[in-house]
Design a protein around this ligand. Structure first.
Ligand code: HEC
Length: 192
């Protein structure tokens, strides 16, 4: 019982976080004092709060279970993901791996060729959007973010415009649109 209560609360928290992000986008207010304090202190963006949510000691993602029949071992990845990867999913996603419902969070840890060095954490979160505004219905409503191991939002390489990799990230969408079942999720393609 206690477990269920905890889950519901944290899920609502995620919904609230998204509200913050959408409103921040529509007013597009610049950060009051960028660079004046450590990112951990000032990162009040959705991505910053989402990272805190995912790594909070009570609910850390790396204690979630694997996704779509995978084990929690590292396995060989493919570009642009790490040489070795590991995937975690929240309870919502695991309840229906074939068709991850709204509220699903999928997390991929991307490791280097040594199979030890964590290079990036790539996340997909399926959201309905807020205030009657859908998030991205044409692309199955996935929100994407790529974090560095310390929880900063990663940027695309300079030749690709040094873009902040969070939100409706076109490069993620373009490739994930090729997933079977048109659900933008690859790992469940071979599930029955
Ligand atoms: C060029 C293609 C490509 C791009 C670009 C790409 N991915 Fe992926 N992604 C894949 C493939 C293929 C898999 C499944 C591979 C595996 O682990 O077996 C995958 C798996 C994932 C998964 C696990 C869920 C799933 O779909 O299976 C997440 C989470 C993820 N990617 C996030 C991202 C994010 C965030 C971005 C953008 C920053 C991104 N990906 C960009 C190809 C891509």
């Amino acid at each position: 019982m206690r477990k269920i209560v905890t889950f519901t609360t944290t899920f609502i928290v995620t919904g609230v976080l998204l509200t913050l992000q959408v409103s921040a986008q529509s007013t597009s207010q610049p950060n009051a004092n960028p660079g004046s304090a450590t990112p951990q202190q000032v990162d009040n963006t959705f991505e910053g709060r989402f990272w805190q949510y995912l790594t909070a000691s009570t609910f850390r993602y790396d204690e979630w279970a694997p996704f779509a029949g995978r084990s929690d071992e590292l396995y060989k990845g493919q570009s642009p993901h790490g040489a070795f990867v590991r995937v975690f999913a929240n309870k919502m996603a695991r309840q229906n791996s074939k068709q991850p419902p709204y509220g699903s969070i999928l997390i991929k840890e991307n490791y280097g060729a040594d199979g030890k060095t964590l290079m990036a954490i790539t996340v997909m979160y399926r959201t309905r959007g807020q205030n009657g505004q859908p998030w991205d219905p044409e692309n199955r409503d996935w929100y994407y973010v790529k974090y560095t191991p310390s929880g900063q939002v990663a940027s695309s390489p300079p030749e690709m415009g040094s873009k902040r990799l969070a939100g409706r990230v076109q490069s993620c969408i373009d490739c994930h649109s090729g997933a079977g079942g048109k659900d933008f999720v690859y790992l469940n393609d071979d599930l029955k």
